[in-house]
Design a protein around this ligand. Structure first.
Ligand SMILES: NC(=O)c1ccc[n+]([C@@H]2O[C@H](COP(=O)([O-])OP(=O)(O)OC[C@H]3O[C@@H](n4cnc5c(N)ncnc54)[C@H](OP(=O)(O)O)[C@@H]3O)[C@@H](O)[C@H]2O)c1
Length: 305
């Protein structure tokens, strides 16, 4: 039985696809901002039910949103067929931001609003479905974020607010001041990073009935190529399970994440259309409980207690 290709991120929406596509690597390895290449990636995602696209202002040294937006400008009808997620708050030292003397975070009301307005221009859209605060900051003032959220939602520029890389305590502190609930926490989550299963992050998502987003679901490729002990152990188990199921190793990793009751949304990072097509097939791959724990135990290096 296949999983539904759509999911409500939170009770009040948004509805998103069960797999999301991340734009972080869009301009990696000297890849050009070629509109046709970006369009082909977008089209492959849409053709396979992947309608949720994950961005951040900083991706590609502040250039990825614009490369994606150029594709939407060329085919404006595509915007209605997708949900856009973007992030703000990380301030990079970069020629595009000469005012940044060192890497830092800024969650002032002014910065959040200015960052969203710039993202909207870059992405060639009037609104984003979800705005994420990219990383927690010791200087984050929940009241100030609430003010920014109120204004952006009222103006129709942002539909929902979420966070990324927040601890449950940081999530709760911010939530306590907001008019509308946070809809997700996007965290690094894959078989080589089990902390979110253990530190309350996923429990909080279950409690609040929100879907977490899993960034770097393949550990940035380390699961397939890494040479450390945990990588080898996990890869050996995944390889055997993939053989038994007759699927690709990465499909098994996505299925492992999808199996969790918090309704995790893996964010794909591949630049290859054939790997997007293959990832979409993970929705029809069911891992039984013992297979799931085989991957877990390969990661920890021991049976569960
Ligand atoms: N919120 C945050 O702080 C944060 C941080 C990092 C990332 N993210 C989000 O998460 C998204 C995904 O992260 P990620 O790119 O690290 O994801 P990932 O899926 O863990 O890694 C993708 C990388 O693995 C490589 N890879 C090797 N073998 C592969 C295979 N068989 N199938 C697929 N990929 C394979 C890909 O290369 P090929 O292109 O050659 O396939 C690509 O370089 C980002 O785009 C971004 O949207 C968020």
């Amino acid at each position: 039985m296949s999983l539904s290709p759509r999911v409500n991120m939170a009770a009040g929406g948004p509805e998103v696809s069960r797999l999301a596509y991340g734009a972080w690597r869009l301009l990696n390895d000297g890849q050009s901002a070629d509109v046709q290449r970006v369009l082909a990636l977008i089209q492959t995602c849409l053709d396979h039910g992947i309608t949720t696209f994950d961005h951040a202002d900083i991706y590609g040294g502040y250039r990825c949103e614009e490369a994606f937006g150029a594709a939407l400008r060329a085919h404006p009808g595509l915007r209605q067929r997708m949900e856009l997620v973007t992030k703000c708050g990380i301030m990079l030292v970069n020629p595009a931001r000469p005012e940044n003397r060192l890497k830092h975070y800024d969650y002032s009301r002014q910065h959040i609003i200015a960052s969203v307005e710039r993202s909207l221009r870059n992405l060639a859209t009037d609104y984003v479905d979800v705005l994420l605060l990219h990383r927690p900051s010791p200087l984050l003032d929940p009241d100030e974020v609430a003010e920014a959220q109120r204004q952006l939602v009222q103006q129709g520029k942002v539909r929902h607010l979420g966070v990324s890389n927040f601890t449950p305590a940081q999530f709760e502190a911010l939530s306590s001041r907001l008019d509308t609930p946070l809809v997700t926490n996007q965290v690094e989550l894959h078989p080589l990073r089990l902390e979110p299963f253990l530190d309350g992050t996923l429990d909080q998502c279950l409690q609040r009935r929100i879907s977490p987003m899993a960034w770097s679901p393949l550990a940035g490729g380390r699961l397939l190529k890494g040479e450390g002990e945990p990588e080898r152990r996990v890869r050996a188990v995944l390889t055997e399970l993939a053989r038994q199921h007759g699927v690709e190793l990465e499909q098994l990793v996505y299925a492992w994440l999808l199996r969790h009751p918090a309704r995790i949304i893996p964010v794909l990072g591949t630049q290859r259309p054939e790997r997007i097509r293959s990832a979409a097939r993970a929705l029809s791959l069911h891992l039984d409980t013992q297979d799931w724990f085989a991957v877990w135990s390969a990661s920890t290096g021991a049976p569960v207690p």
